[in-house]
Design a protein around this ligand. Structure first.
Ligand code: ADP
Ligand code: MG
Length: 600
C-alpha cells in the first residue's frame, strides 16, 4: 500500500465512536467519531434538516479535560475539548481569518453509575490527548489514561521588556490559559535584567524540567542556549527541549516554526497563538547550532544568524524605535536605505557537499572548491502564583467550565511557495574567488566591544572545521573579497517573523546559508529584494548581486574599520568572526514531528 493511501486510511479510521449530550443541557444529542485527524460531531436530536456535521481538527486542539458536576446526584461524567480553529474575522476587525477559542463540553450519560460514565469520559480524553501529543494509538489499542505521559513541567522565562513590553500581558491573556488547558505545569519567571536568564539556566536542576520556554524575542533564547552551553554538563543540558513564544520585536525562530507547521504567515498575537498551540502539542525536533568565535577568543552558540552590514545596521540602529514593536525594522530599513553603506570584507567558507539537486549554486560552488568533508523552586525566583496570575488547576469542576461553543477572545491563522532557484552565472562567480588565505589581512582589526561580553567559560563540541582566527583558513575553503551591502550567515528560514531569508532552510539541515548582497546593487533593486522576502521569493528575481551558498563553516573578516556585527540579533565585538555548524545538538519544541533527515 502506498504511503499516501496508508495515511488516508489512517486519517479516516474511526478510533472511537459514541453518542453524548452536551453541557449546558439543551436536549441536544450528538454522535461523536474520533479519527486520527479530527473529532467529527454530528447532531442527532433534534434532527436537523440537512446533514449537520462539524469537525474539530486535532491540529487546532490545545487540550481536553474530564469534568464532574458539583451536583452529586448527577451520575453523568463530562469531557471538554479546547480548540482554537481559524474562523473568519468579524466585519470591521480586519480581513482574513483568526484563531478563536471554542470549548465544547459533552455529557457522558450512557451508564447508570457515575463511575462507569467517568471511565468512558476518561477514555475519550485519553484518546484525544494521545492524538494531540503524537502518541501512537489505533482502533486496536486499549485506550486508558495510563497511555499518557505525566504532565510536562516547563520553565517559562519572560522578558518584560521584549518587543513593546507587553509580554506579561500576552502571557496572561494568551499563553497561560492555553497551556493550562494542555495540562502543562509551569513556573513563570520574569527576567530582571539582561543575562539573568543565562545565569539562571546555568544553575538549575534540569532533571526537574521537561523544557525551557523563552517568552520574548530571539535574544532571550540566545541567552538560554548560551547559559546551557556554559554548564559543565553542556552535552546533556543542551538536549533539554527549548521552546519560544514570540513576544519580542525580532521573532525569527517563531516565524520559522510557524512556517514549518504549515500555518499562514502571521504576526503579533496571531503568531503567539499559533506558537502556543504548537507548544501544547509538544513534539520536539532536533536543531543545529552554530558555534561562533570572535577575535578576543569569546565563543558563543547561535541558532539564528550572524549579520554584517545592512541587516545588523537596521537591527541595532532601530533599537530607538523599540516602542513600535516589529515595525521598528521597517522604520530602520527606510532610514538605512537613505544612506546606504557598503563594506569591504573577506568572506571565506567551507562549502557543503551537494545537499539536494534543487540549488544549482550549491553544485557549482562545491565543484569549484573541491570541498570534501569529512520541581524544585528556587526561592529568589518568583513563581507565577506570586504575581497574581492563574495557577495550574488541579481540579476541574463544571462551574469552572465554559458552556459549549462559547467563543472567548483569542486571535489568529499554505504556506511556502516553492523555491525557484535563480539562474547562476558560474564564470562570474569564479572570477570573484580568491585563493584561500592569500589575500590582504585586516592589519589591525578594530575591536569595538559595544556591550562587553562577560568572560565566561564556554564548553561545547570542538570546532573541527575551523583554524584559529589568527591563522589562514584551510586550503579547501573558498574566499571571496569584495564590497558588500550585507553578509548574512543564517540557519533558519526567517530573519524576522515576516521576512523569509532562506525559504528551504530547515532546523536541522546541517547547513549555514551564506547569503550576501554585493555592492553595486541599486536602491530600487534592494527594495525589491526586501519586499520579495515577505514571501521568500527574492531568489526568483535572479538578481546578480544576491548570492547564496550553503556551507558548513565560514569566516568573515571586515576590512572596513567601522561596522556592526550581530549574533542572533545581539551586537558583538566588531572584527574577524567565524563559525561552524554543529548538527542536531539542540532540541526545539516545534509541535510538528516533521524533520528533514540529512546525512552529515
Ligand atoms: P526583542 O526581540 O524585543 O529585542 P529579545 O528577546 O531579543 O527581545 O530581548 C532583547 C534584549 O533584552 C536581549 O538582549 C536580552 O538579553 C535583554 N533582556 C532580557 N531580560 C531583560 C530585562 N529584564 N531587562 C532588560 N533587558 C533584558
Ligand atoms: Mg532581539
Amino acid at each position: 500500500m502506498s504511503l499516501a493511501l496508508e495515511v488516508c486510511r489512517e486519517g479516516s479510521e474511526t478510533l472511537l465512536h459514541g453518542e453524548f449530550g452536551t453541557y449546558p443541557p439543551k436536549g441536544t444529542r450528538y454522535a461523536l467519531s474520533l479519527t486520527w485527524t479530527g473529532l467529527h460531531i454530528q447532531r442527532l436530536v433534534p434532527k436537523p434538516d440537512t446533514d449537520h456535521r462539524t469537525v474539530v481538527r486535532l491540529v487546532d486542539v490545545a487540550g481536553c479535560h474530564t469534568l464532574r458536576s458539583r451536583v452529586l446526584a448527577d451520575r453523568s461524567a463530562y469531557f471538554c475539548v479546547y480548540a482554537y480553529p481559524l474562523k473568519k474575522r468579524k466585519v470591521g476587525v480586519g480581513a482574513g481569518r483568526a484563531r478563536q477559542r471554542t470549548a465544547r463540553t459533552f455529557q457522558v450519560d450512557g451508564a447508570k453509575s457515575y463511575a462507569d460514565n467517568q471511565v468512558v469520559a476518561e477514555k475519550w480524553v485519553a484518546a484525544i490527548k494521545c492524538l494531540v501529543l503524537g502518541i501512537p494509538i489505533s482502533s486496536e489499542t486499549e485506550i486508558v489514561p495510563g497511555l499518557l505521559p505525566r504532565p510536562r513541567r516547563l520553565m517559562l522565562l519572560l522578558n518584560p521588556f521584549g518587543g513593546k513590553g507587553n509580554a506579561l500581558q500576552w502571557c496572561q491573556t494568551h499563553i497561560l490559559p492555553m497551556i493550562t488547558e494542555a495540562d502543562i505545569s509551569f513556573n513563570l519567571i520574569q527576567t530582571e535584567r539582561a543575562n539573568h536568564a543565562r545565569e539562571l539556566v546555568q544553575s538549575i536542576n534540569l532533571a526537574e524540567w521537561d523544557g525551557i520556554v523563552s517568552i520574548s524575542g530571539d535574544g532571550l533564547l540566545y541567552e538560554v542556549i548560551n547559559g546551557l552551553m556554559e554548564r559543565p554538563d553542556w552535552e546533556e543540558a543542551i538536549k533539554i527541549p527549548l521552546g519560544i513564544l514570540p513576544c519580542g520585536s525580532g521573532n525569527a525562530l517563531a516565524g520559522a516554526l510557524n512556517r514549518c507547521a504549515g500555518f499562514e504567515q502571521v504576526m503579533g498575537q496571531e503568531l503567539l497563538t499559533n506558537c502556543t498551540l504548537m507548544l501544547c502539542h509538544g513534539a520536539v525536533t532536533p536543531m543545529d547550532l552554530v558555534s561562533i568565535t570572535t577575535l578576543s577568543g569569546s565563543r558563543s552558540f547561535s541558532f539564528l544568524c550572524v549579520a554584517w552590514g545592512f541587516i545588523s545596521d537596521v537591527d541595532i540602529e532601530s533599537e530607538k524605535y523599540r516602542h513600535m514593536g516589529a515595525a521598528r525594522f521597517t522604520m530602520g530599513t527606510v532610514v538605512r536605505l537613505a544612506s546606504l553603506n557598503t563594506y569591504r570584507g573577506r568572506l571565506s567558507y567551507l562549502p557543503a557537499p551537494d545537499s539536494g539537486g534543487h540549488r544549482p549554486i550549491l553544485r557549482s560552488i562545491t565543484m569549484s572548491a573541491n570541498g570534501s568533508l569529512p520541581f524544585q523552586r528556587m526561592p529568589l525566583h518568583r513563581a507565577v502564583s506570586d504575581m497574581g496570575l492563574c495557577e495550574k488547576r488541579h481540579a476541574y469542576s463544571l462551574q469552572g467550565a465554559e458552556p459549549a461553543e462559547e467563543p472567548a477572545p483569542s486571535p489568529n491563522s499554505p504556506p511556502p511557495s516553492g523555491f525557484q532557484p535563480s539562474s547562476f552565472n558560474f564564470e562570474a562567480l569564479h572570477e570573484e574567488l580568491v585563493a584561500d588565505g592569500e589575500g590582504p589581512r585586516l592589519a589591525n582589526p578594530t575591536v569595538v566591544a559595544p556591550k562587553a561580553s562577560p568572560a565566561r567559560h564556554m564548553h561545547g563540541p570542538p570546532d573541527h572545521f575551523l583554524a584559529p582566527l589568527d591563522q589562514p583558513v584551510p586550503k579547501s575553503w573558498v574566499t571571496v573579497e569584495d564590497d558588500f551591502v550585507m553578509v548574512l550567515a543564517i540557519y533558519q528560514t526567517h530573519l524576522s517573523a515576516d521576512l523569509i531569508a532562506i525559504p528551504y532552510a530547515c532546523f536541522n539541515d546541517g547547513l549555514i546559508h551564506l547569503c550576501y548582497i554585493k555592492a553595486g546593487i541599486s536602491r530600487a533593486a534592494l527594495i525589491r529584494l526586501f519586499l520579495a522576502m515577505e514571501k521568500g521569493t527574492q531568489f526568483e528575481q535572479e538578481c546578480p548581486y544576491l548570492i547564496n551558498v550553503p556551507v558548513r563553516a565560514f569566516r568573515l573578516e571586515p576590512l572596513t574599520r567601522k561596522g556592526i556585527l550581530t549574533i542572533d540579533g545581539e551586537r558583538v565585538e566588531y572584527g574577524p568572526i567565524q563559525g561552524q555548524i554543529h548538527h542536531n545538538i539542540a532540541n526545539l519544541i516545534s509541535g510538528t514531528p516533521k524533520t528533514k533527515i540529512t546525512t552529515f
